[in-house]
Write a protein that binds this ligand. Structure first.
Ligand code: DX5
Ligand code: ZN
Length: 217
């Protein structure tokens, strides 16, 4: 069964605590927090203070996805805020090893993220040192986009590398995930599913978290 990471980008910001508690009660393992800087992606969302505010209200793993240019500048702030996993886009830094090492040295789990147009080849040199790889299944920047099926082959490629080398990183998927699109990703080796609009856009969000789990039994 896949781990589920509801994305608060699609939650009700006026009633965030309620939406977060619902996710935890429904069995979600991670809370996915999308940080957007208006440069690496067109949108702007929230910063380290937001993560800090989430920390006392949930036991879920805080899974922070930095869609920011040159993330090195912000990593210390997100570490200090209590992030447990920090993901950085390989396209956003000139120094991927250094940035991942900063995260690990700060005591968080290090994740490398790749856009749909970025080949697995780009992250091969750092696969030995990461705790999680995020395969974007849409182009980052917005919730509610359509899943890109061509990304499934990259999940499979990563899973093969993982097995061949005895690595134990999680493979996360993000963008357009629902109870149908999650299936080929899970079969290819994905272990964590982010879901924003599918969960929070529903009348009964808890049933959507369960539907993702049921589809990957
Ligand atoms: C996209 C973000 C996603 C987003 C997913 O830029 O990285 O985490 O919240 O939203 P859905 O599940 O609606 O595609
Ligand atoms: Zn995300």
């Amino acid at each position: 069964m896949i781990k589920v990471a509801p994305s608060v980008l699609a939650a009700d910001y006026v009633n965030l605590q309620k939406d977060i508690e619902m996710a935890e009660q429904a069995g979600a393992e991670y809370l996915h927090i999308d940080v957007m800087d208006g440069h690496f992606v067109p949108s702007i969302s929230y910063g380290p203070d937001f993560v800090k505010a989430m920390r006392p209200v949930t036991k879920m793993v805080l899974d922070v996805h930095l869609m920011v240019q040159d993330p090195e500048h912000l990593i210390p702030n997100f570490l200090e805020a209590g992030s447990e996993i920090i993901g950085i886009q390989v396209e956003a830094t000139k120094h991927i090893h250094r940035a991942l090492q900063m995260i690990k040295n700060g005591g968080a789990k290090a994740e490398v993220v790749l856009n749909p147009g970025t080949p697995v080849e780009m992250i091969k040199p750092v696969l030995h040192m990461v705790d999680q790889v995020l395969v974007m299944t849409v182009n980052p920047g917005f919730g509610g986009q359509k899943f890109l099926p061509e990304t499934v082959a990259k999940i499979k490629e990563l899973d093969t590398i993982k097995k061949e080398n005895g690595y134990d990183f999680d493979i996360e998927i993000d963008g357009g995930i629902n109870n149908e699109t999650v299936v080929p990703c899970y079969e290819a080796g994905a272990t964590v599913a982010v879901a924003g609009s599918y969960v929070y856009g529903a009348e009964d969000p808890a049933s959507r978290i369960q539907a993702i789990k049921d589809a990957t039994k």
